[in-house]
Design a protein around this ligand. Structure first.
Ligand SMILES: *Cc1c(COP(=O)(O)O)cnc(C)c1O
Length: 346
């Protein structure tokens, strides 16, 4: 049966007619020469928004994260991050490959790090130890079911990094979901981070792109690394225009995605084949199937009803809401979730 609603990821959105119009009419130039007005506008817009000096438009969030890690480390350094982090789990081993750095994995509650967790893992200066030079946070935390850090939680981590001389990078693939959920302001982020990756192709609904924010010095270095990674794009303004459109039109509506996710979670909390649903704060719903059921079977049954989602483990399923999920689709999904009667295995 054809898919009627796609909860696999917030990356599946397609550009709206208005977004395509903005893309088609973009003023472009050769961005490797620094001549693409629309790319420059997007980079400046986000830098101003987050109170940072400069920005760099890249093809993906993986690239902005990996460039940042390369900017902030030397070979033989160590990166501190949560064990669920995208930079560690889902970027193809890029930290080792691009930056030749090791990784110190922490076990935060739902992936949320604290100064108490980080401090004991910072290596002192000793010939045996890699140099701890960078902490990476993720906001919202993907594997933590979309939980958001507040700035109150980030500030003491920044203070610790400052005292210990470590850089602090934010994987903000879903930073706007965090801002909408917490009420924190983007402009307050700049003073806490050395680098911020902002994705445009997740909940914001642009087809491609992520922007790395940092100081002028960091971004100059990052621009050269991007070139070496093969990420220097030419008339990229067509893509940047989609990002500008998304920032102007698709931020406040994220609150709707969060309501949709909460409604799904509520329905899932009522059915016998689900044992627990992680509390929902933003647009990600993570739930465990009850004993006797298999996540793969449930995903298959839902697919037969036109509802696409993925497993994230043998007993865990993820649903993500986004721009292309309407309230009608949520109603349809809830109806099907409640009336699904998968058979339990002994
Ligand atoms: C999606 C995502 C990224 C970047 O992914 P790309 O597909 O490379 O754009 C980075 N971090 C997190 C937490 C993500 O969910």
């Amino acid at each position: 049966m054809a898919i009627k609603v796609d909860f696999r990821s917030d990356t599946v959105t397609k550009p709206t007619a208005e977004m395509k119009f903005a893309m088609m009419n973009a003023k472009v130039g050769d961005d490797v020469f620094g001549e693409d007005e629309t790319v420059n506008e997007l980079e400046n817009k986000l830098a101003v928004m987050f109170n940072m000096e400069a920005g760099l438009f890249c093809p993906s969030g993986t690239m902005t994260n990996q460039i940042a890690i390369k900017c902030f480390t030397q070979p033989m350094d160590e990166v501190i991050c949560d064990q669920t982090s995208h930079v560690y789990r889902y970027e193809g081993g890029g930290i080792a490959y691009h930056s030749m750095a090791s990784v110190r994995l922490l076990y935060g509650e739902r992936g949320i790090l604290t100064p108490e967790l980080i401090e004991p893992e910072i290596n002192e200066d000793n010939i045996h130890y890699p140099n701890s030079t960078l902490v990476v946070l993720e906001n919202t935390v993907n594997k933590g079911g979309g939980i958001a850090y507040t700035l109150d939680q980030i500030e003491p981590i920044h203070t610790l990094c400052n005292i210990k001389g470590l850089k602090l990078h934010l994987d903000g693939a879903r930073i706007f979901n965090a801002l909408v959920a917490t009420g924190d302001h983007a402009k307050d982020y700049g003073k806490y981070f050395d680098g911020i990756s902002v994705c445009l192709s997740k909940g914001l609904g642009a087809p491609v792109g992520s922007v790395l924010l940092g100081s002028k010095e960091t971004i100059n270095k990052a621009r050269k690394i991007r070139k070496a990674f093969g990420g220097g794009m030419r008339q990229a303004g067509f893509l940047a225009a989609a990002g500008i459109y998304a920032l102007d039109h698709h931020v406040s509506r994220l609150a709707t995605d969060h309501l949709h996710a909460a409604a799904l979670a509520e329905a899932l909390g009522q059915v016998n084949y689900v044992s627990s649903v992680m509390p929902v704060q933003t647009n990600i719903v993570l739930f465990d199937v009850a004993a006797g059921f298999r996540a793969n079977d449930i995903v298959h049954h839902l697919a037969e009803k036109g509802i696409a989602c993925n497993t994230t483990g043998p007993n865990t399923i993820r649903m993500v809401t986004h721009l292309d999920v309407s309230s009608e689709m949520i109603d349809m999904a809830i109806e099907n979730i409640i009336h699904l009667h998968p058979t339990a295995h002994k």
